[in-house]
Design a protein around this ligand. Sequence first.
Ligand code: KIV
Ligand code: ZN
Length: 512
Amino acid sequence: MARVIKIFDTTLRDGEQSPGASLSVSEKVTIAHQLAALNVDIIEAGFPISSPEDLEAVRRIALEVQGPIICGLARTMEDDIDSCGEALKDCPRPRIHTFVGTSPVHLAKKLGKTPAEVLDMAVTAVKLARERCDDVEFSPEDAMRTDWQFLGEIVQATIEAGATTINIPDTVGYATPWEMTSTIEYLREHVPNIDQCTISVHCHDDLGMSVANSLAAVKAGAGQVECTINGMGERAGNASLEEIVMALKTRADEFDVITNVRTQQIIKTSRMVSNLMGFVVQPNKAIVGANAFAHEAGIHQHGVIMDRQTYEIMRPEDVGLSESVLTLGRRSGRHGLRQRLTELGYEVTDEQLDEVYQRFLEVADKKKQVYDEDLQAIMREATAQVPETWRLVDLQTTSGTMPTATVKLEKQGETFVDAACGNGPVDAAYQAIDRITGVSLTLEDYSVRSVSMGRDAIGEATVKVKRNGQEAIGKASSTDIVEASAKAYLNAINRLLVRETRAVTGGGEAGR
Ligand code: KIV
Ligand code: ZN
């Protein structure tokens, strides 16, 4: 019978470490629900000690998301493990994942410890974690640059201490598939108690080999793969969940394993993560890119018309791509809107529905058809939960040789108007907003993209701003991209102001 490979999703932990990606607690909970619908086996929900927001996200996911095991990350420190235990305390299926660096460079330069000291730290941490939960994972960080003999010793000792999963991370994406195979084979041959745990792998994509390395490990006997939606993660990212799952499924003849993933949920999950993290998926990305199932060349189109299998090795419907793009329009009622929102995974109260319906009508007035992506953009705004300290009332811009913007903002019932010139209408609007709000900040990143189809598509603007060492991401959407840009900028300012107020009143600072 085919082995079942456990899929450990770390989008909300390693994936969220992607530079520029940041999610609110409620956005993390939304994604976790979708990961449960995708039927991953384990969700790594966060690193509770890293911030109060991460702790809260793990706690809420542990309570609210049914099905998968919910895992929290901890260094081999007592406080980290306590914090994980606290976040997971009412979770029906908790896991603590503890890690420490084991490669020569990590021992010498990062930790300043001997191998014996690090082994001791790992064993103590695993024992401590086992006092809080029965399911404990240990990772020798940078395992693929670790001396094999030491790797074998620490793996054996942590299994003896109670680790139920041993994860082998290629932390810096250095390994080749052949090295992955030989490392897993070495551990299976030389660690006497290795059969008492699940062997896992966790590959980064610095050399573009993370998926190949993960698959090589599966072939060599690994029973768990750690991965992220859209390959999000530190630096070049982690191995992509959708690529691993679809490779195992499509090449079952080669791997003879199965996963529990409901592949028809892949596209929906990918789009949700891309939208909420503000990271556009490249069009030619395997499985989930816009072109992954598109055929351009005449010869290919002809072949596909005759028989899809000429140029398609997977069926689009198996990853959740449907032909139906038409959704709602101006004449649709609340009932139809609620029905579609439920199908898209949003549960709304009657009160929320009123607000969302108003926004839906505004969009429907400007567009003939309102697509799923438009609804997702509306929902992101409605659930962003950032108090609108500053609200955009009106915006007039001119472009040409001297672009100008006149901006009207409202704060606590009072309106303020100012105008400015800039390098373009967006820059002019930002300068006018700076003058009104008096909040001085640096614009670190700005992007705008179309989230739906057609000339009247909704444009979603994402900005990253920095002030006094604090970063904030702002997002907003509109059929007018200058308006979306101004609203996204105000959204980021409002987020910063909320944090500053919390810090002053002692409400805690998330540090992201
Ligand atoms: O890449 C890595 O080594 C990690 C560990 C925490 C597993 O993310
Ligand atoms: Zn990692």
